[in-house]
Design a protein around this ligand. Sequence first.
Ligand code: ZN
Length: 181
Amino acid sequence: MKCEFCRKRDASIKFPFNPVHFCDQCFQTFLEKKVLKNIRKNKLLKQSHIKISEEDKVEKKVLIHILLKYFSKSNKIELVPKEKENVNAKSVEECATEFLESFLKGSETVSPPENNLLDGVSIYELIKYAELEKITFNKPNFGKIYTMLKKISLNNPSIFFSIFQSGKKIKEKLEKEANNR
Ligand SMILES: [Zn+2]
């Protein structure tokens, strides 16, 4: 089967939650474009530098790799301690898990966070990208609820995306109501 993007190279990548077949190169471009789109959407480059902390998590490792690939010459990327960051790096899976956790506890919804440069990006995409670029990272662990959802995702691959989207809608609605008050 050929890659559905370039239609030239053989497809080598297919995620259970996405019907598209990619070749390695087109997948990498696809993921990089998602991150660049999130930067534009959050208007981050117009006002300020992107301040981000280095960690051994796959989210941070891949994100910083992509940022440096595109912005290294423009001095727009600043590596800072964690408390000085002005962006977030949370995958769909982490946002979905956080949302469900806070929802079950009855507390206010916290996810998805502001200025999330990995908005709509799956942890599986990040892991694949890291493998292709030979980036080393620590295995992600988001706790019990994540493990439970991961089991469900074997039969229902889009479960994380569904919860993520619900969390987003609820957050938007709550913010709208707060603004109308
Ligand atoms: Zn391709």
